[in-house]
Design a protein. Structure first.
Length: 130
């Protein structure tokens, strides 16, 4: 963000320590469990870049014209979001039935590399105007 002169808004339900930089802002929201997601979905605009692992939030942001990148560097897009929502629902049902336990695997060096590459690609796309 600093390299490209971008503003970063971190949205959370509670205060957290953030870098002391003029281009980084923390938006603390109060309320229900999804208050941060609701704030993001209400404030996101076309060509904003949202980084999230939350599939329903990704879908809401895509509807508003934002670019959405998963935390492991896999972009969300209109072509894949339906399948990803369906997979999320299936996995949720399997966890509720006790068939599956645990969460996603930890982020790897390959994930980090892919994330940085895809983020740079998204930034360049926005800067070029589409």
């Amino acid at each position: 963000a600093q390299r490209y002169g971008l503003k970063v808004i971190l949205v959370a339900n509670a205060w957290m320590n953030i870098p002391d930089e003029p281009w980084v802002r923390l938006e603390v929201v109060q309320g229900h469990l999804d208050a941060a997601d609701d704030w993001i979905a209400e404030h996101v605009a076309a060509d904003d870049i949202v980084v999230t692992a939350d599939i329903p939030l990704a879908a809401r942001c895509l509807e508003r014209g934002a670019l959405v990148l998963g935390t492991t560097g896999r972009p969300f897009d209109q072509d894949s979001i339906g399948d990803r929502l369906a997979t999320r629902e299936l996995l949720s049902e399997l966890r509720e039935a006790g068939e599956m336990v645990g969460g996603p695997p930890p982020m790897t060096k390959k994930d980090r590399s892919r994330f940085l590459q895809r983020l740079d690609e998204m930034i360049q796309r926005v800067r070029r105007g589409g």
